[in-house]
Ligand binder design. Structure first.
Ligand code: GLP
Length: 247
C-alpha cells in the first residue's frame, strides 16, 4: 500500500484528483468506480477544473458508483445520483448513459442488485475505485458484519451511519434506513483502489482499517490484502497512525 499524507483537506483533494487524472490520461476508456460523501467533493472539484483546463477528457469514461439510498429517486437532492450529477457529471463531458448508480426506486432488491452486478461484469471490471470511509470503517455501505459480502446487496444501515449522515438531511427521520451497495467483493475486484480520508473523526477508522487485524467487523480492513491500494489522507486522519509511529 502506498500512503500519501497531506497537510490538509485541500491538498488531499488535489492529490486524489491527480491520481484519477493520471488514470484517465493513461486509459481514456477507464472504468471508474466512484464514491459519494463529503470527502470526495474536493476531489471532484479538482477534476472539474482539470477538465475545464483541457487536461482531461471524460468522453470515453464509464463510471459505476458504489451505492444509493433505497427509496430516493434521482431527482431527490439527497440521492447519490443527484450528488454525482451535481458534483461531477453535469460539469464534464461524460456520456450520462455511461454513468451508473443503483436505482434507489427499484423495490425489487434482488433484481436491482443482480442488475448492478451484471453492469459491473459487462464493463470488464473497475480500473480505479475511489472510496471514502465511514467512522466505523464502512466502505460503500458495507457495514461492520460477521462476514465480507461479495456482490451488490441491500444493506440495513447502522445507527452510527444514520447518525453520521443525518447532517445532510433536515430531519434525522428522513435518513433512509436501507441502501443498495456494491459488496466488498465488487470493491476488492477493482484493479486499483484509491481511498481518501480527512479529519480526526476518521483517524480511528484509518488506524483500524490499515494497521490492525483484518476482520469483517472493520470492513475496509480487507483492503490490506489488495495489491494496489493508495491511501490519500490528511494528517488529522493519520493522527493515531502517526502518534504510534507507524509511518
Ligand atoms: C456514506 C457513503 C460512503 C462514504 C461515507 C463517509 O456512508 N456511503 O461511501 O465513504 O458516507 O462519508 P463522508 O466522506 O461524508 O464522511
Amino acid at each position: 500500500m502506498r500512503i500519501y499524507q497531506t497537510e490538509n483537506y485541500q491538498q488531499m483533494s488535489k492529490k486524489a484528483a491527480n491520481i484519477i487524472a493520471a488514470q484517465i490520461i493513461s486509459n481514456p476508456e477507464s472504468i471508474l468506480g466512484l464514491a459519494t460523501g463529503s470527502t470526495p467533493i474536493g476531489t471532484y472539484k479538482n477534476l472539474v477544473k482539470k477538465y475545464q483546463d483541457g487536461d482531461i477528457d471524460f468522453k470515453g469514461i464509464t463510471s459505476i458508483n458504489l451505492d444509493e439510498y433505497v427509496g430516493l429517486s434521482k431527482d431527490d437532492d439527497q440521492s447519490y445520483r443527484y450528488f454525482m450529477n451535481d458534483n461531477l457529471f453535469n460539469h464534464v463531458n461524460i456520456d450520462i448513459n455511461n454513468t451508473y448508480v443503483p436505482d434507489g426506486t427499484q423495490k425489487d432488491a434482488e433484481l436491482e442488485c443482480k442488475k448492478y452486478d451484471e453492469i459491473i461484469k459487462k464493463s470488464g471490471g473497475i480500473d480505479l475505485q475511489l472510496l471514502g470511509i465511514g467512522q466505523n470503517s464502512h466502505i460503500g455501505f458495507n457495514e461492520p458484519d460477521s462476514v465480507f459480502t461479495f456482490g451488490t446487496h441491500c444493506v440495513d444501515l447502522t445507527e452510527n451511519t444514520i447518525n453520521a449522515n443525518a447532517r445532510f438531511f433536515d430531519d434525522i427521520n428522513k435518513v433512509p434506513k436501507k441502501a443498495y451497495s456494491m459488496g466488498i467483493g465488487n470493491i476488492f475486484s477493482a484493479k486499483k483502489i484509491l481511498l481518501v480520508a480527512s479529519g480526526e473523526n476518521k483517524a480511528q477508522a484509518v488506524y483500524d482499517s490499515f494497521f490492525s487485524a483484518i476482520t469483517p467487523n472493520v470492513p475496509a480492513s480487507i483492503l490490506q490484502l489488495h495489491s494496489d491500494v493508495i491511501l490519500v489522507a490528511d494528517k488529522d486522519a493519520l493522527k493515531i497512525v502517526n502518534d504510534k509511529g507507524l509511518i
